[in-house]
Structures are given as structure tokens and as C-alpha cells.
Design a binder for this molecule. Structure first.
Ligand code: FDP
Length: 319
């Protein structure tokens, strides 16, 4: 049995082109360790339940949503390369420092995705996206509102039976696991590829009456073709399974919510970036998800992602 001792920092620094992006990823990883600690103690400390407030999208904030957001903000504030932080839990982008001060990056995050599952100890995760901060300092927020295609890094941290960090810097996808004894993320796999096919779909099928006819036709086709269903209801866990085992994850629009539920910049774009970098595919159902030009920070998008062959089965039914 070989020991995995290549840490996240050493692995990233081995690539000379990565520059100060390493510090940004390390700041996110540090926040991930702090969040993992809070998630592990969720029933011991008083962190379960709602804060009693709603976020900018009208959703009830869980205590751990707020704690995770604060931890991320603190870690990024301490990182001199970060100019802007935008999160699902904040009304607007937060300016940490200017480009004139040498800050090159903008970080967007869903600090604790799937947090409604916390009280039943189901896996949750942090999703992050890094864009280059290349606008004049007067338009600092616009660095956050960019198409997914221009991300310089994206990934997620899954707080499951182990703590897993999946990362892409646009040159493939690597997976690290938090070694609790060393207190560090160590590389467990590089060059991850989504299996090209996999007969599993992951969707909240209870909304079927609100789906468009093409999607209903896809589900009928998948049933007849002997597909299995897996839906945890926690995006990071569902996407992680799809990345490693293949299949397709869908959160479509419905008659009531045509743009679906997931946020383009905090969930759709970073997950699409990881999946495409792992040779999978990601779409809104109409267009490649990474090509969507966002108009606002908290924009929502329908999501179809996973094995290239499985995404194509969905798209041909939608066309
Ligand atoms: P949550 O509301 O618990 O934060 O991002 C929202 C999300 O979780 C995703 O993690 C998950 O995939 C989705 O909502 C589940 O929504 P449904 O309950 O509508 O299926």
C-alpha cells in the first residue's frame, strides 16, 4: 500500500505557471478545512437549523450557511491575490482590495451547498469559481459576472464520509482528500475523466409534471432503456458521483421556475468547468453552459451535465 504524501500546495507549485493562483486555492482549501470541522460537529455545537433570515434569493439561511460564508470571506480576505468575493449568501460582491494593490482574482462561491441536508447528516459541499479580475477598479463587480468559459479555476469540496477537494485549473481535473492526521489535502488522483457513458440519471423526478415534453420523453426513453436513478438532493454529492461513475445530472427549468433553481455563477459554471475539463459535457439544455453570458450575479440556470454520451441523449430529446 503506497502512501499519498503529495500535498495540494506542493502539487500546485510543481506547475510554475500557476503563480499567485496557488495562494487563492490554498485560502479556499483552508476555509474548506474549517468548514469541514464545523460540519463534523454539527450535532455537537449549536449550528443546526435556520438563522431566521432569508438570503438575497429568498431562501431560508441555515446557521451553517452563514458560518461557512464568514469562514470563506475571512480566509480570502487574508489572501493578497483576491480582489473580490461574491457568494450566494451575500447581496452583492464584496471588494477586498483593488487591482492597483496587486489583487488579480475574483472568487465566487456557494459556501455550503445542500445545507438543507445538514440536519440529517447527508453530504454537503462548497462550490467555488475563480475569475481573473481584469476590469478597472471602478467596475470591480463586473469581474464576478463573466461567462464560465473564462474561469481560471473551479472546483468543489465535498464534506462526505471523507473530505474531498476536486479542482481544475483548466488543465484537467485533480482530486485531493483531506488526511485528518496530517491536516492537509493530499493528491489521490490526477487527470480524472468522466466515463463516456453510464446508465444513471440524477434528477428530482417529483417535478415531472412541470417538465417540458422533451424531458418527459427522455425519461420515458431512459426507463425503457433500463436506466437507474440516483438523487441525493445535494448537488456536490450528486455531481461527484456523476464525475466518478458516469451518468447525467439534471436540474431543469419547470413550468413554475423556467430557469430552474441552481445559480449560474456559484453552481452551474464551476461544475460545468470541472465536468468539461474531465471530458464530460455541460449544457443548459439549449446551449453549452459555459458559453452563457451572465447579466447578473445571482442569475439561475437549468443544468444538464455528466458523461458526454448521456448529456447527448438528453439534448436529442430536447431538440
Ligand atoms: P440546497 O437547497 O439544500 O442548498 O443548491 C441548492 C440545492 O440544495 C442543491 O444542492 C440540490 O441539488 C438542490 O438544491 C435540490 O433541490 P430540490 O430539493 O428541488 O431537488
Amino acid at each position: 500500500m503506497g502512501d499519498n504524501l503529495l500535498t495540494l500546495g506542493c502539487h500546485l507549485r510543481a506547475d510554475k505557471d500557476t503563480g499567485s493562483l496557488v495562494e487563492v486555492i490554498e485560502a479556499i482549501a483552508l476555509a474548506g478545512k474549517a468548514i469541514a470541522h464545523r460540519v463534523r460537529r454539527a450535532r455537537i455545537d449549536d449550528v443546526i437549523g435556520e438563522v431566521g433570515a432569508v438570503n438575497v434569493q429568498g431562501e431560508a439561511q441555515q446557521k451553517l450557511d452563514v458560518i461557512s460564508d464568514r469562514l470563506l470571506l475571512e480566509c480570502l480576505r487574508a489572501c493578497s491575490a483576491v480582489a473580490v468575493y461574491a457568494s450566494e449568501e451575500q447581496d452583492g460582491a464584496i471588494v477586498l482590495r483593488t487591482r492597483a494593490a496587486g489583487a488579480e482574482y475574483c472568487v465566487l462561491a456557494d459556501p455550503l451547498d445542500g445545507s438543507s441536508n445538514i440536519d440529517v447528516a447527508v453530504s454537503v459541499g462548497t462550490i467555488f469559481s475563480v475569475q481573473r479580475h481584469d476590469r478597472p477598479d471602478g467596475e470591480i463587480e463586473r469581474s464576478a459576472v463573466q461567462p464560465g468559459r473564462s474561469q481560471v479555476a473551479a472546483g468543489y469540496i465535498l464534506y462526505g464520509s471523507s473530505v474531498v477537494l476536486v479542482l481544475s485549473l483548466g488543465r484537467g481535473v485533480a482530486m485531493y482528500v483531506l488526511d485528518p492526521l496530517l491536516g492537509d489535502f493530499v493528491l489521490v488522483k490526477d487527470g480524472i475523466r468522466v466515463p463516456p457513458a453510464g446508465k444513471t440519471y440524477s434528477i428530482n423526478e417529483a417535478y415531472v409534471n412541470g417538465f417540458e415534453p422533451g424531458l418527459k420523453a427522455y425519461l420515458d426513453w431512459a426507463h425503457a432503456a433500463g436506466y437507474g436513478a440516483r438523487y441525493i438532493g445535494s448537488m456536490v454529492a450528486d455531481v461527484h458521483r456523476t464525475l466518478l461513475k458516469g451518468g447525467v445530472f439534471l436540474y431543469p427549468g419547470t413550468a413554475k421556475a423556467p430557469e430552474g433553481k441552481l445559480r449560474l455563477l456559484y453552481e452551474g459554471s464551476p461544475m460545468a468547468f470541472v465536468i468539461e475539463q474531465a471530458t464530460g459535457a455541460a449544457s443548459t439544455g439549449r446551449a453549452p453552459l459555459l458559453d452563457v453570458v451572465p447579466t447578473k450575479l445571482h442569475q439561475r440556470t437549468p443544468v444538464v451535465l455528466g458523461s458526454a454520451g448521456e448529456v447527448e441523449h438528453v439534448l436529442r430529446h430536447l431538440r
